[in-house]
Write a protein that binds this ligand. Structure first.
Ligand SMILES: Cc1cc2nc3c(=O)[nH]c(=O)nc-3n(C[C@H](O)[C@H](O)[C@H](O)COP(=O)(O)OP(=O)(O)OC[C@H]3O[C@@H](n4cnc5c(N)ncnc54)[C@H](O)[C@@H]3O)c2cc1C
Length: 381
């Protein structure tokens, strides 16, 4: 009989884990609390390590055709001065970074998995592990399987029950995200912009199908606190260089998202018995390296590969956790450092940061892409 798995959460991590587990022969059911499979969250950038995962999950073509290759990157100051230009064609990685609308990425993953494997409107209440696992939902319904993966995100119920380690920590920073359409001076096709100010950062890139995704991050100890209007974004970024105000003004109020940003100190206890954690539930990080989703994707391959030949499910899950802990902890820590360096309001550090960027050869900055690209993922087949 096929081994069975329950995945809690149909986000990027849960869907990719479900595909990987199906590939190695598990019968998988995904339980998602939302009533509708409607991914909000504007765009996402998938770096070379995530692209390698998409290839292994056999969804690269679908994602590449819906999204946009990021080939050219420019770092700028808020006044429009270019600090550095990068062209991934120079290092042969021009098909290895994709920016895509999250709904399109979700669609590609759901198509691969099969929508019939996803049970909507099913918020996990609790689980029990008696050698097999039982997941319990409101109204008395339950499901049992050989293993449970908690891929239920930042405020994971699975993590709460397993670790009882409280809420994630606010990172003294919040972000707006939006999507708009059109052509904009200063933002050519296949280009991405990262613009630095004092305690502020703005990014913009094309995500395919005529759409542009942008984000604006603000260092603020109190959080966004209801600043959810386009006018709030313009208050911070409205006098920045072209095309920033134009992008914000072209965004519909309904599509504006506001997030306080959180992470957690890395833990090395992700699971016990036949349960484990994956993605943001295991290792939430601030988005200043754009690696939260990419690491969730990497987790899915490591999970499948570790279980494939393990003598028992608990030993396979511990193998997966051991494979992933150090790498994900290093991204949690590096993301914090990157946030602290790039979001400083101190004028001396701001000037030093801009000077350093303007002096660094672009090849040095692009080394990061090579490092991500060369991460050796295990095989599922
Ligand atoms: C502003 C911002 C920008 C970002 N940019 C990038 C980027 O460019 N690149 C990148 O790689 N990452 C980026 N990230 C990080 C990325 O969004 C996350 O790391 C990624 O979405 C994590 O995926 P996940 O599946 O673990 O969690 P989630 O995407 O949060 O999915 C969790 C799912 O579980 C469901 N759920 C929750 N509780 C329950 C329950 N009790 N029962 C059942 N279901 C439940 C939720 O509804 C949700 O569908 C960014 C994050 C932010 C905030």
């Amino acid at each position: 009989m096929a081994r069975t798995a329950i995945v809690i959460g149909a986000g990027l991590g849960g869907l990719s884990a479900a595909i990987a587990l199906t590939r190695i022969g598990f019968k998988v059911e995904v339980y998602e609390k939302s009533q509708e499979l409607k991914e909000v969250g504007a765009g996402i950038v998938l770096y070379p390590n995530a692209i390698n995962v998409l290839r292994k999950l056999d969804v690269y073509d679908a994602v590449a055709s819906a999204g946009s290759f990021g080939r050219h990157g420019r770092y700028m100051t808020s006044t429009g001065k270019t600090l550095v230009e990068m062209d991934l064609r120079d290092v042969g990685l021009d098909k290895e970074a994709i920016a895509i609308h999250r709904a399109d990425l979700q669609h590609a993953l759901v198509e691969k998995l099969g929508a019939d494997k996803i049970h909507l409107g099913m918020p996990l209440s609790s689980f029990e592990d008696n050698g097999r696992v039982t997941a319990r939902f409101p109204g008395g319904s339950f499901a049992s399987a050989d293993l449970l993966v908690g891929a239920d995100g930042l405020h994971s119920v699975v993590r709460k029950q397993h670790l009882k380690d409280g809420e994630p920590q606010y990172a003294n920073c919040f972000a707006w995200r939006g999507v708009c359409e059109g052509t904009f001076d200063g933002l050519p096709d296949d280009s991405g912009l990262l613009i630095f100010g004092a305690g502020l950062q703005f990014g913009a890139m094309r995500i395919g199908q005529g759409k542009v995704y942008w984000f604006g991050a603000v260092a603020d100890k109190k959080g966004a606190q209801g600043r959810t209007k386009i006018s709030d974004v313009l208050e911070k970024f409205g006098n920045w260089a072209t095309p920033i105000p134009q992008l914000i003004n072209a965004t519909e109020q309904e599509s504006l998202l506001t997030h306080d940003l959180y992470d957690r100190k890395p833990t090395f206890n992700w699971g016990k018995g036949v349960m484990t954690l994956l993605g943001d539930a295991a290792h939430p990080m601030v988005p200043f390296m754009g690696q939260g989703g990419c690491q969730a994707l990497e987790d899915s391959i490591a999970l499948g590969a570790s279980l494939k030949e393990a003598p028992s499910i608990p030993s396979g899950l511990r193998r997966y956790e051991n494979l992933r802990k150090a790498r994900t902890a290093s991204f949690v820590n590096q993301s914090r450092k990157s946030m602290n360096a790039s979001m400083t309001s101190n004028p001396i550090i701001v000037a030093a940061r801009d000077l350093v960027f303007s002096k660094i050869p672009s090849r040095v900055l692009m080394k990061n892409f090579h490092t991500l690209n060369s991460y050796d993922l295990p095989d599922l087949d």
